[in-house]
Design a protein around this ligand. Sequence first.
Ligand SMILES: Cc1cc2nc3c(=O)[nH]c(=O)nc-3n(C[C@H](O)[C@H](O)[C@H](O)COP(=O)(O)OP(=O)(O)OC[C@H]3O[C@@H](n4cnc5c(N)ncnc54)[C@H](O)[C@@H]3O)c2cc1C
Length: 518
Amino acid sequence: MMHEYFTSSELKNSRVRTVSQHEINPNGRFILYWMTACRRYNYNASLDYAISLSKELSKPILVVEAVSITHKFANDRILSFMIQGMMNNSRDFQENNITYIPWVEIKQKAGDKMLLSLSKHASCVILDDYPTYTPNKILRAAPKILKLRVDAVDSNGILPMMWAEKEFTTAYSFRKYMQKSLVDALQTIPAMNSMDGVEDNLSLTSDDLEFLREETNLEATPLEWLWRVSEGGTVGDRAMADFPIDHSVPAVKETIGGIDEARMRLQKFLNYKLNKYSIDRNNPDTPAVSGLSPWLHFGHISSFEIIEKVFDKENWSVGSLNHEDTGKGTRSGWWGTSESASSFLDQIITWRELGFNYAYNRIDHATIETIPNWAKISMTEHINDDRTLYSLEELEQAETHDEIWNASQRELVRTGQMHNYMRMLWGKKILEWSPDPETAAERMIYINDKWALDGRDPNSYTGIFWVLGRHDRAWGPERPIFGKVRYMSSESAMRKLKLKNYLERYAKEDTMTLAKFG
Ligand SMILES: Cc1cc2nc3c(=O)[nH]c(=O)nc-3n(C[C@H](O)[C@H](O)[C@H](O)COP(=O)(O)OP(=O)(O)OC[C@H]3O[C@@H](n4cnc5c(N)ncnc54)[C@H](O)[C@@H]3O)c2cc1C
């Protein structure tokens, strides 16, 4: 099916790159799509590509959604969210006659061996192109380990990552680039349903599956166990209890992974919040935001789907764009939508994809090396300034003198999410309360990647290094500790924002006292 806005598919040139130059193996039994980041059926460029290869080579497709537990932050919260997504995916792939195997590593490092074993029987391997954390490690390791053709496919955002030849250092310069590229980029969006119009049977036969079971020990993770984890509560906790993962980070009962939940939340956002986005986005008491970042992070919903729904609601077409302003980086008025929709599109395209652009072009994107020189110099000049110091444990347990900060940390620990404005303040205070910017960066990464459902994302590092001056400019007046790096304080947040309900909601459980600022 063709989209109303997304008009043709030049996928091959823009979203597919070959990461291992071997020839396609003509004797392979199937095309292997090892799913690591784009964990969904719809709007999946990897699947689109697998289907086009399948037609070309007359081979069936095997999709394995792999969940690794071999990473620093494997925990109950992340695992249960991913498995809930798998339950939806099992249904969607089955309904569309694609062989889909949900596969959870039961012991560390088993994934590498399984990928290698399966690849020996495949014609080629398709991986999701993702610029950070575990999916990126797999992508980098694959050409060294696998002895066949490996292609990486990018379903991350509207702008194919390979188009930009460099990293952009400001949202303004990236916005200019985005405006010039948008109309072309809309033509590279994968199909909503890649199987529409496909008559052939692309699934593996039961003989093929039996062969793989014998040769590689490939077994789908039992549905009954997946179901128990996805149920959550004590049933879910018990099901995960034997896994060698961090059980101190519990699943969040009310935040369920998968496309079904994402679509429900998206609809609520469109109905009740989008029209208030430009005014109430930064209101922690009643935030008019989508809350979709965890589903975006795990690829359960694509930004294409969200944007298409926003376009529909706004009766938008390419003709709505203010073409005279294209390439000028103007934030307001360019989209030709309501102010709220423009502001949302700016976040989900400009800001979100700035993170992908940066991570794709900078292998060191998660390090302090990426902050600008003026910020490095300025913070170094203030390194000996007096400061209140907290340990990592005190921060993690929300034990500071600042009840606003404590509330934001408790929000993160309890819900796996944090309101955007509070997140900025949260980071700025960690800088203020750490001995140096390097330690502040390490602490932000550790706490965010461990507790946040949307952590370990290119935008985790955009946000964290924004706190330290990346993608920002120098500000005056010069402040203690911060120097010229943008300063934020809880006192001014208390004055500017509506926080009463927020502070009550995230008060310390045993006291439920109001903040000292209240
Ligand atoms: C210190 C710090 C850490 C952060 N860590 C993360 C993280 O781990 N993962 C993450 O996805 N975002 C992170 N952000 C960016 C931002 O806070 C979240 O993307 C946003 O709050 C998610 O909420 P939402 O889904 O309701 O966003 P909405 O306002 O509904 O926006 C829709 C989508 O647009 C994107 N978006 C919105 N705001 C930003 C932004 N400022 N920068 C980049 N993309 C944005 C997100 O994908 C978001 O889901 C961080 C910001 C800071 C300051």
